[in-house]
Design a protein around this ligand. Structure first.
Ligand code: HEC
Length: 141
């Protein structure tokens, strides 16, 4: 009886682990698709579609956009979620020069939603920002 129970427990654990891994994989795929689309639209021209800093307009910029695939590596292996969120709410300070060639993205998203007369503007702007931050998390090397 005990052996049967143990077997049952082990199979349950295996099943649950497989299911949660499958879910995590699905979530990652979704982030890859949705986040990448937003990233390419808003950030790709400078940071490149893979975030490596080689977008098509870099030659026209005074400052070169950094690769965004090294954010975790440069932060002792942890993705700096709050700091990157600051790119959207305007609290990210570019230490070296104080100003940025980048707009405050969250503000831009709100303006866009207003122009399209969308409802629930703040939530949509936040969702878009979150999609992009999660995508950045996925492309860390
Ligand atoms: C017009 C060009 C341009 C666009 C578009 C752009 N960036 Fe940037 N980004 C830069 C530049 C240039 C820098 C380097 C800092 C500076 O000089 O402003 C930078 C720096 C950053 C940094 C800091 C990296 C670090 O190592 O700390 C992050 C994060 C970032 N950008 C995210 C984004 C995201 C997310 C988007 C899209 C929503 C975006 N950028 C769109 C030009 C751009």
């Amino acid at each position: 009886m005990k052996i049967i129970n143990t077997c049952f427990l082990i199979s349950l654990i295996v099943l649950l682990t497989t299911a949660s891994l499958a879910l995590a994989e699905k979530a990652k795929q979704l982030t890859d698709i949705v986040g990448k689309k937003e990233f390419v639209t808003y950030c790709g021209s400078c940071h490149g579609s893979d975030g490596k800093g080689d977008g098509p307009i870099v030659d026209f910029l005074e400052r070169k956009p950094p690769s965004l695939t090294q954010l975790s590596k440069n932060n002792n292996g942890t993705f700096p979620f709050e700091r990157i969120w600051g790119v959207f709410d305007g609290t990210y300070i570019f230490a070296e020069h104080g100003t940025s060639e980048m707009p405050i993205w969250g503000y831009r998203f709100v303006q866009e939603a207003q122009q399209k007369h969308e409802s629930d503007i703040a939530t949509k702007a936040k969702a878009k920002a979150l999609d992009i931050v999660l995508y950045l998390q996925v492309i860390q090397e």
